[in-house]
Write a protein that binds this ligand. Structure first.
Ligand SMILES: Cc1cc2nc3c(=O)[nH]c(=O)nc-3n(C[C@H](O)[C@H](O)[C@H](O)COP(=O)(O)OP(=O)(O)OC[C@H]3O[C@@H](n4cnc5c(N)ncnc54)[C@H](O)[C@@H]3O)c2cc1C
Length: 491
């Protein structure tokens, strides 16, 4: 028997998020005939909508897509490959044949609104300078717009991206302003994108078992301890030649050996609802407003990002400056951070730390004072869980000393944009290929000489542990000191 899975072998994927969906689709496209995805969430019922009951980060309103990646040309290349496929998804939808429930021919899931990276200083930081250099090498310099350079701005205007150069009106307000606009970037509607890929995977022959009964309950092992299948809460066993665990921030609970490689961290999201009839709605709509980030590499003081308004009027802002953890005792000297969400049982959490809310609110008050002046407020919040690797690279590899078991995870805040193509690389690994991007995504250990981008396992003493944070109070949702906000109007 070959060391690697063959097209006739049964393969079980646990997790129907970005990694699981993409892997399943690419396996089927490469001729694998017996592929099953198991997921504890019933995505047919909840449609990947966070608002309706899903708690995975893949189930969301929207996600940023960008090609400008500073020194990381592996992801720059991966991004251009993904963008071609995102465009092909739009074409598929526009053709209007065989669409999944909830997607109509008028839907555009990938929107090229531009992605604006705002800096906290007038000199362009190293990351942005390297983005320009590496995009130049890829023949894409024309997509990079330094907002203080006239030639760049003229080019952006000619290309129809004038609206994205200074969307917060910083210059008009005489405020310091420096940024790099990536006109190749934008966003995707995340819930619709996952629904489409689930649909495409099923059409290609992938079997799916979704809902509580599909929750992982244990591995089936042979006498040598090799993994030969998965047992579920629904008391079924799914035999497998290979099991791919793609459970995002829940992965460490199923593959504990990953604790030194990845950790679940909470990102904070706040949403301001701007009604469609409101005069500000048009200003923040996708053809007038880009996705944006602010001081993304400046620690707790920065790490903000946001989107144009969506069809429900949801104007979403995220804070990643503090990567919160939720350490739980394991019965050893170690803790493990586990996700806790609006939907998790028996505990749930509907609020974000006050620190995060204050950062988001201060940003909005400084950059878009019109929201508070118009009496708008933060409508609801979400804690959404990343699976951060110590170096921010993905993890796509076989689990050492566990034949038959693989992981595809470690999204580290930037895997969604690769939904159309990341599975191609997982399948390469399954087929025994190595090299290229796969070398970055190997099973690995932090070397003594290496500095972690994300320090893992700080435990309950950490200043990032949720236990050490106060969650916000209702009056903190008010923007710009608006009085008379009724509690009823908040979620
Ligand atoms: C707040 C936030 C903002 C982000 N913004 C961006 C962005 O703008 N652009 C971008 O590219 N990326 C972004 N990301 C990252 C991106 O969303 C993730 O990297 C990606 O969605 C992770 O996909 P996944 O498949 O690893 O995990 P998940 O989406 O977590 O999916 C894992 C699946 O496994 C299932 N599962 C878990 N445990 C079990 C079990 N025991 N049994 C059965 N099923 C199980 C879950 O139900 C879930 O469906 C963001 C992430 C967060 C948290």
């Amino acid at each position: 028997m070959s060391a690697f899975a063959q097209p006739s072998d049964p393969i079980v994927i646990i997790g129907a998020g970005v990694f699981g969906l993409s892997t399943a689709l690419h396996l089927a496209q490469r001729g694998f005939k017996d592929v099953t995805i198991l997921d504890k969430q019933d995505y047919d019922e909840f449609k990947y909508s966070y608002l309706e009951g899903c708690d995975a980060p893949s189930a969301d309103m929207n996600k940023i897509i960008r090609a400008a990646y500073g020194p990381e040309t592996v992801y720059q290349d991966l991004s251009f490959e993904a963008m071609d496929l995102w465009r092909s998804y739009n074409d598929y939808i526009a053709a209007g044949r065989d669409l999944p429930a909830g997607i109509s021919q008028r839907d555009e899931i990938w929107v090229n609104s531009g992605n604006l990276q705002m800096c906290g200083q007038m000199d362009l930081p190293r990351f942005e300078r390297l983005s320009i250099e590496n995009m130049r090498k890829a023949g894409q310099r024309h997509t990079q717009v330094v907002v203080t350079e006239k030639d760049d701005v003229d080019r952006a205007e000619k290309a129809g991206f004038g609206f994205a150069v200074d969307p917060f009106g910083r210059r008009q307000r005489n405020k310091p302003y420096q940024a790099l606009l990536d006109t190749s970037g934008g966003f995707v509607y995340a819930d619709k994108a996952c629904r489409l890929v689930l649909h495409l995977a099923r059409r290609a022959g992938v079997k799916t078992v979704l809902g509580q009964e599909a929750e992982f309950a244990g591995y089936h092992e042979d006498a040598q301890g090799n993994i030969t299948g998965v047992k579920t809460v629904g008391a079924k066993t799914y035999p497998a030649r290979l099991v791919v665990v793609a459970c995002g921030s829940w992965t460490q609970q199923i593959v504990p050996d990953m604790d030194d490689l990845c950790e679940a961290t909470g990102g904070s999201v706040a949403v301001v609802q701007i009604p469609k009839t409101h005069e500000l709605y048009e200003r923040f709509s996708p053809h007038n407003f880009p996705t944006w980030t602010y001081k993304m590499r400046d620690g707790a003081e920065g790490g903000l990002y946001g989107f144009p308004v969506d069809e429900n009027g949801y104007f979403k802002i995220g804070y990643r400056g503090t990567k919160y953890t939720n350490p739980r005792a394991l019965g050893t000297e170690k803790d493990r951070s586990v996700p806790v969400t609006r939907w998790s049982k028996p505990d749930s959490i509907t609020r974000i730390p006050s620190q995060a809310l204050n950062r988001i609110r201060s940003f909005l008050e400084e950059f878009i004072p019109e929201l508070g002046e118009a009496g708008l407020h933060i409508t609801f919040t979400r804690l959404c869980w990343y699976n951060d690797s110590f170096d921010n690279h993905f993890v796509i590899d076989h689990v050492p000393r566990k034949k038959g078991l693989m992981v595809a995870t470690g999204g580290s805040g930037h895997a969604f944009m690769f939904l159309p193509n990341i599975g191609k690389y997982v399948v390469d690994k399954i087929e025994g290929k190595n090299g290229g991007a796969l070398d970055y995504w190997k099973w690995r250990h932090l070397e003594p000489s290496q500095k972690a981008v994300n320090v893992l396992g700080e435990g309950r003493q950490s200043t990032r542990a949720l236990q050490n944070h106060r969650l916000y109070q209702d009056d903190e949702l008010v923007l710009g000191g608006t009085a008379g906000l009724s509690k009823k109007s908040r979620l």
